[in-house]
Design a protein around this ligand. Structure first.
Ligand SMILES: Cc1ncc(COP(=O)(O)O)c(C=O)c1O
Length: 426
């Protein structure tokens, strides 16, 4: 395991712009970087990952067509059962999207005007919009600069008598630091809603994402580790009363039919989505293992060169299982955008999650968050760059990606990579 604190200390040293020289001791590195077949690498190739399963998926969809049950029903129940197993919880409630899952969770605990909910600003919009839509106030807390997840110390500082809940986001596939967050929730009688949209299968000290809060939200948006053929979401819960309320709110608060106990929403999951997800769920462990292998390979390739002295590689927190929804680099010295453009010109797809933190979004301007109020978040949005990582990415594609990062730094005059054979020729 990587010592996160040592790595953080190292990063705090001023980055010198000296020229780094790499002189491999054998030809292994040259062999690794000499392949030329690959000419482009997509950021994500969902079709590639889905294509071996198409026959199975088509059969599952045909079966749903024949069943006449198109909303909720047995396919959704099967998916819910799978999530109870994955998350080691007693309750799972499928719904229309991860965004709705967050909204339903907040509705279940009657969040409304006058309430505050603490969450990171460095996350997808839906984490905060669910709070806003209910008339409550999102209160943004800064992140830990290594894991990018919400910093429990910042959460503690943000707690007021109005605080009702905390939403830790397990960003990029790695769990937030749940022990201190649960401790704070316990001390201040707060609810915890895990935003596990990016983290199906992740673990924190042997506890699965989706098992550590009162409720947890998952997303089946196609780019997620378990992605459907459209939108979909699911909630897990450890509390039977909350689970019952979630199931009620998901269907307009209706029980029995046409008798409405509370005002809910329509957030039923389609049976076809559930059927697709039930097929794909059988491959989830194997895809997670592939993502982990690809993450290790990036680490290996980037560490083989001096690149790992210039850029920061993502780290797995001790005792956690990272499921690598994203492979996140930090590119210092203001070079992130130039590197991204260079890679794009070499047909390497990259992404920036997220270019604008939520506290600086136009729609939240009335909350009055000033520039500089969340320094780690604001630094991260300037520096992060996500490399292609998906189950079907090939070794040659990863080599092409890393080789082009090297070429960028070579062009910048920061990296001098001389291979053993080059030296012989010279
Ligand atoms: C962290 C996070 N929360 C919530 C969501 C919302 O999920 P969905 O797109 O299924 O509504 C997403 C998905 O994009 C996400 O990444």
């Amino acid at each position: 395991m990587i010592d996160a604190h040592a790595a953080q200390d190292a990063r705090e040293q001023p980055m010198t712009e000296q020229k780094l020289t790499v002189l491999p001791t054998d030809n292994k590195e040259q062999a690794a970087f000499s392949h030329q077949e690959v000419q482009n690498v997509p950021f994500l190739d969902i079709k590639r990952d889905n294509s071996p399963l198409l026959e199975e998926i088509q059969q599952a969809v045909t079966d749903v067509c024949a069943s006449g049950i198109y909303v909720l029903g047995p396919e959704c129940q099967k998916l819910e059962k799978t999530f109870k197993e994955i998350c080691h919880v007693d309750h799972a409630i499928a719904c229309s999207s991860g965004s709705d899952a967050l909204l339903l969770a907040l509705m279940a605990i009657e969040i409304g005007p006058g309430d505050e909910v603490i969450l990171p600003s460095f996350t997808f919009f839906a984490t905060a919009s669910a709070v806003w839509r209910l008339g409550a106030t999102p209160v943004f807390a800064d992140i830990d600069p290594v894991s990018y997840n919400i910093d429990p110390a910042a959460v503690e500082r943000a707690i007021t008598p109005k605080t009702k809940a905390i939403i830790p986001v397990h960003l990029f596939g790695q769990c937030a630091d749940m022990d201190p967050l649960n401790q704070l929730a316990h001390e201040h009688k707060l609810y915890i809603i895990e935003d596990a949209a990016q983290a199906v299968g992740a673990k924190y000290k042997n506890r699965p994402a989706g098992s550590m809060g009162h409720m947890s939200a998952f997303s089946f948006y196609p780019t997620k580790n378990l992605g459907g053929f459209g939108d979909g979401g699911l909630l897990t819960s450890t509390d039977s009363q909350l689970a019952d309320r979630l199931a009620l709110l998901r269907v307009h608060g209706m029980r029995p039919r046409y008798y409405h106990k509370v005002v809910g929403i329509n957030s039923r999951l389609d049976a076809m989505q559930a059927a697709v997800l039930n097929v794909k769920a059988r491959y989830l462990d194997q895809w997670t293992a592939a993502r982990q292998k690809h993450a290790s390979r990036y680490h290996e390739l980037l560490s083989m060169t001096a690149l790992s002295q210039i850029i920061s590689l993502p780290e797995t927190t001790d005792g956690c299982k990272h499921v690598w929804n994203q492979f996140t680099l930090r590119i210092p010295n203001g070079k992130r955008n130039a590197l991204r453009e260079f890679l794009s010109n070499q047909n390497v797809g990259t992404e920036i999650y997220y270019p604008v933190p939520l506290h600086q979004q136009e729609c939240f301007a009335s909350l009055g968050w000033e520039h500089g109020s969340l320094p780690e978040t604001e630094k991260a949005v300037e520096e992060v760059l996500h490399l292609p990582i998906f189950p079907g990415i090939t070794e040659q594609e990863q080599i092409y990606v890393v080789k082009n990062i090297m070429n960028f730094y070579r062009q910048e005059g920061l990296l001098d990579t001389t291979y053993a054979n080059d030296r012989k020729v010279a």
